[in-house]
Ligand binder design. Structure first.
Ligand code: NZQ
Ligand code: ZN
Length: 387
């Protein structure tokens, strides 16, 4: 196992009704609140009214309309509201896009230059407003991590930034708030959870027994509970397990004692930056193709373990057969749960940008579990064009 530090300051309030803690969490910071949210789902499902009720007495400013794949322009707008009105605390209510956008707003509110500087270089973040969030979609893990991903279409970049100042102060995780997440977003969110886990699971260190066991447990939970959540959207057991899986998959625990770079995420961020597709749909399409591409004598043991521990495939001497079956099951799981599995299905009809896109993540992919060069990426993307 590699050495590590683990230091996450975020307070987690998990379970039905935990919103009751909201007034105390917010009011300790002051009276002026910036409430951020997306396209209106929180108005339709009643969370907006609940928040307004609980925060009576606070002066609430609003930034709504935060898009999936949040834009730098929205960050700038939010930072301006914070600076002009001397906001005390930000309350983000929504999925990863709303929370990520709010994280960078919180930092940009304390920064004199342009917010995009902070996305390009997290070390420039030296302070941030406190951020409390109410998560409404199980997917990204942003509720308990220090990352934020922002898109700048002007320069065709979707870029992650990170800083210890970006941890939410507190996250309210009430699984009942995810009952209204539509089927396609539920499936996509689960693919994101799986991808975060898989990115950490497929790494060079094979002796991080506890960490790998946790990853296997998360993957088994997603495989068990996604179909239940789709069939019965108000199933608390399914929604609560998916919600906690989302948090644990990317709050650092699945990488403790391990290390190395990721693969499908760096590639997917370029797909989203060029085509504005749903993050996790891109991941679902890429993951099985990437797995097949890197299967070799060097990686087959890890795949065989994945096959046995995650998919219950019987152990045999033919580890390649086990690996192939596990990759096929991964692919089929996404298909069975309604995810589009080719790029043309999400509107990417030609390979015209593949070579250009493949250059973007080159540096990161040189540090991946199996390092990839731009030609490898183009080949993987080409394989995503057909079933
Ligand atoms: O905008 P509203 O109206 O709220 O609708 C949203 C949006 O259309 C809807 N939704 C959310 N909660 C709902 C709901 N609809 C009904 N009922 C609810 N309870 O779902 C749609 C998608 O929301 P979004 O926030 O975009 O999804 P997600 O949570 O998957 O976030 C995706 C973003 O997070 C980034 C992605 O790249 C993408 O930009 N990521 C952030 C990470 C991090 N900070 O650590 C890591 C991830 O790998 C990822 O890159
Ligand atoms: Zn992701």
């Amino acid at each position: 196992m590699r050495a590590f530090n683990y230091d996450i300051p975020t307070k987690v309030y998990f379970g039905e009704g935990k919103i009751k803690h909201l007034p105390d969490l917010i009011k300790q910071f002051g009276n002026k609140v910036l409430l951020t949210y997306g396209g209106g789902s929180i108005k339709r499902n009643g969370i907006y009214d609940e928040v307004q009720d609980l925060l009576k007495g606070c002066k609430i400013f609003e930034l709504s309309g935060i898009d999936p794949n949040p834009r730098i322009e929205t960050v700038r707008e939010g930072a301006k509201i914070c600076k002009e009105n001397d906001i005390d605390v930000i309350l983000a209510v929504g999925g990863g896009s709303t929370i990520d956008c709010s994280k960078v707003i919180a930092a940009a509110a304390k920064y004199d230059g342009d917010a995009w500087d902070l996305v390009m270089d997290g070390s420039l973040i030296t302070d941030a407003l406190p951020l409390v969030d109410i998560l409404t979609l199980s997917a990204t893990g942003t509720e308990m991590n220090f990352n934020a991903v922002i898109t700048n279409f002007d320069v065709k970049m979707k870029q992650g930034t990170a800083s210890k100042h970006l941890y939410p102060y507190a996250s309210i995780l009430d699984p009942t708030y995810t009952y209204t997440v539509p089927a396609n977003q539920t499936a996509a969110g689960t693919a994101d959870i799986m991808s975060h886990t898989i990115e950490n699971y497929f790494q060079a260190e094979d002796n991080a027994f506890i960490t790998d066991g946790l990853s296997e447990s998360i993957l088994r939970a997603t495989i068990k509970y996604l179909p239940i959540a789709l069939e019965d959207p108000e199933n608390y057991e399914a929604r609560s397990n998916l919600m906690w899986a989302s948090t644990v998959a990317l709050n650092g625990l699945t990488s403790m004692g391990k290390g190395g770079g990721w693969t499908t995420h760096p590639i997917e961020h370029y797909l989203s930056a060029y085509y504005d597709i749903t993050h996790a749909v891109g991941l679902a399409i890429l993951t099985p193709r990437w797995m097949r591409y890197i299967l070799s004598n060097k990686t087959v043991d890890r795949f065989a373990r994945y096959a046995n521990k995650v998919w219950d495939i019987e152990e045999t001497d033919d580890k390649f057969a086990m690996a192939e079956e596990a990759i096929e099951k991964t692919y089929q799981f996404f298909v069975d749960n309604g995810l589009p599995m080719t790029l043309p299905e999400v509107g990417i009809e030609t390979d015209e940008h593949f070579e250009e896109m493949a250059k973007g993540p080159a540096e990161r992919l040189s540090r991946a579990y199996v390092p990839l060069n731009p030609e490898d990426v183009v080949e993987i993307l080409n394989r995503c064009m057909t079933e």
